[in-house]
Design a protein around this ligand. Sequence first.
Ligand SMILES: [Ca+2]
Ligand SMILES: [Ca+2]
Length: 277
Amino acid sequence: MGGGFQLLYTNYEIDQIAKRDERKSDVFPVFPLFFSPEAAVTGWTAPGVIATTDGSFTILAENAIAEGSAVGTSLFTATATADNAVGPYILVDDAGGKGTIDGGTGVVSLATGQTLDFETAPTLIFGVKATDGTDNGVGTATITLTISDVNEAPAYVEAQFTACVEDNSGADTLVGTYTATDPDAGDSITYSIATGDTNSEFAYGTDGQLKVAPSKTLDKSATPTYTLVLHATDDDAAPLIGTATVTLSVESTCSGAEAIGAMFASVLLSAIFSCLI
Ligand SMILES: [Ca+2]
Ligand SMILES: [Ca+2]
């Protein structure tokens, strides 16, 4: 038996006092003497160290977990020290469902269906409770886990776009605006055409606008369609690229093409209607 505690009452005596107190509460006040030296948690490691039974600590930066880590990744191990055997560990705060605990080892892992995202949650707070197996002498630790930032690629809203530009369109004619967003705060994006613009007929600027290039005029008879692969590149030390493809048709009139499509739709609807009556 260790520690500086003195067991003033047995559990039986405390129970009797409580019952007596229920009968006549002004005779003998009941004091909270529900801890026992045999069952006290004396400290935690996880991987920092705290001295108190109930305390909190922040996991050191070198033990931070990278955002985007896979489900099942071990986030930390909460290990209680006690003057007798520690029973199952319980996750009393799972940081909004992020964590799941192995009651025997105290290993807290990323739960199924969960992700770690630095941009929306750079820290997660967990609560771990240790028991002596009979739920006496528990100790609870509050653990703040740091999530580390990882560079992520810019992303377009869609991977594939279609566009129509009228024949003989000249310089600066707008084909479309194709912007990407970068999940990392502060990252700026540079836009470029990776492939498909073999005659340099298009310009893709910093505002995401794809235009006919200066001094160029599109010629349907020469090139009726283009497949342009667009790149959005961030400015990280190790840059990442988002990609989208624009399938561009050069038509005599773009509205005419849409009208033809509408005509076919109308014919189809008429055919369906005539079959129903
Ligand atoms: Ca990031
Ligand atoms: Ca980025």
